[in-house]
Design a binder for this molecule. Structure first.
Ligand SMILES: NC(=O)c1ccc[n+]([C@@H]2O[C@H](COP(=O)([O-])OP(=O)(O)OC[C@H]3O[C@@H](n4cnc5c(N)ncnc54)[C@H](OP(=O)(O)O)[C@@H]3O)[C@@H](O)[C@H]2O)c1
Length: 287
């Protein structure tokens, strides 16, 4: 029976993976929170891997505060880069495979067609730079690895744009949402499924892969679709803005090309609107 460790288990992707656990009883699953395995703490990692080994380690743990990373550069690098280096070494020493999640923010957004895995990287913000440094460490220290870059993650869990829009709508707040970036909102439940499919594939085709929901839109498009599908579009005062001020620069275009993961693992990502509809329907049915 293959043993899988999921780090960062209290995050949104960690929780989506936990939801899949019972559907895949052929794997022995272990989930660790930051309290149980702090990936920015060298001795925590060493101690843990001296006692445990896994066939696959899915690292969902990260410092994901894009704005906060601009002022907490050390923290971003300590978790997203130096911590990843130690994790990569520990996983390699135990002959495991590290599956890591990275981001569309490794790109600068100057391209006008979907980014492929081998397109040039040039992060515009500290978060993107720290995630890119993490990717490099994995490539250097853990030959058995999959790095899945994804974009604009949302789900029923944690803090994300989808839940924020629903909350603002329920509070009756006016919304002014940016049209300055184009990307692909990605349902973390779909990403979790894709990660399991990679493991089930057992192909040893290591490297970087892109996975996001198909299609593209702006944050304004994403907000409108959330409200439309939730039957609240007419109740909310929703406006476009093209000068939304943030600390962190973001790529103006960061659509990812999924063809490599599709061809290698036969993973077909849903269109983002279809996937959003699926989640909203599930949440309504579970009320
Ligand atoms: N969210 C997005 O839009 C997006 C887009 C592209 C890529 N990604 C990547 O996708 C992955 C999953 O993201 P997510 O949205 O699920 O993030 P998330 O909800 O912020 O979850 C990250 C988890 O990691 C934990 N964590 C932070 N520092 C840690 C440490 N030192 N040791 C162990 N755990 C630690 C956090 O715990 P605390 O909350 O207690 O700190 C949190 O539970 C990340 O690698 C992220 O960079 C995310």
């Amino acid at each position: 029976m293959k043993k899988i460790l999921v780090t960062g288990a209290n995050g949104q992707l960690g929780k989506c993976l936990k939801d899949l656990k019972n559907r895949y009883p052929e794997f022995e699953w272990t989930f660790t929170t930051k309290g149980e395995l702090d990936i920015s703490n060298m001795s925590s990692i060493r101690h843990y891997f001296e006692r445990n080994s896994f066939d696959y380690v899915i690292n969902t743990a990260a410092f994901t505060d894009v704005e906060g990373s601009e002022t907490q550069k050390e923290k971003a690098f300590s978790v997203n880069a130096e911590g990843i280096k130690e994790l990569a070494i520990a996983v390699a020493n135990s002959n495991g495979c590290l599956i890591h999640i990275s981001t569309d923010y490794v790109f600068d957004g100057e391209k006008e067609s979907p980014y492929k895995e081998n397109d040039g990287v040039n992060p515009l913000n500290v978060y993107g730079a720290s995630k890119l440094a993490g990717e490099k460490y994995i490539e250097e220290y853990c030959s058995k690895h999959y790095i899945l870059r994804t974009s604009w993650l949302y789900s029923q869990y944690g803090h994300n744009f989808f839940l924020s829009v629903l909350k603002w709508a329920n509070e009756g707040r006016d919304m002014s949402i940016t049209t300055e970036q184009i990307g692909s909102p990605t349902n973390a439940n779909d990403l979790a499924e894709a990660l399991v499919t990679v493991i089930k594939g057992d192909k040893e085709e290591y490297g970087i892969y892109h996975f996001s929901n198909e299609g593209k839109g702006t944050w304004f498009d994403f907000a409108s679709e959330i409200l439309r599908l939730n039957g609240q579009l007419d109740e909310v005062n929703l406006a476009k803005t093209d000068h939304y001020r943030t600390f962190a620069k973001r790529p103006k275009y960061s659509v990812l090309d999924n063809s490599k993961i599709q061809e290698t693992f036969q993973i077909r990502a849903l269109n983002w609107k279809a996937s959003l509809k699926k989640l909203i329907t599930t949440l309504k049915n579970n009320k």
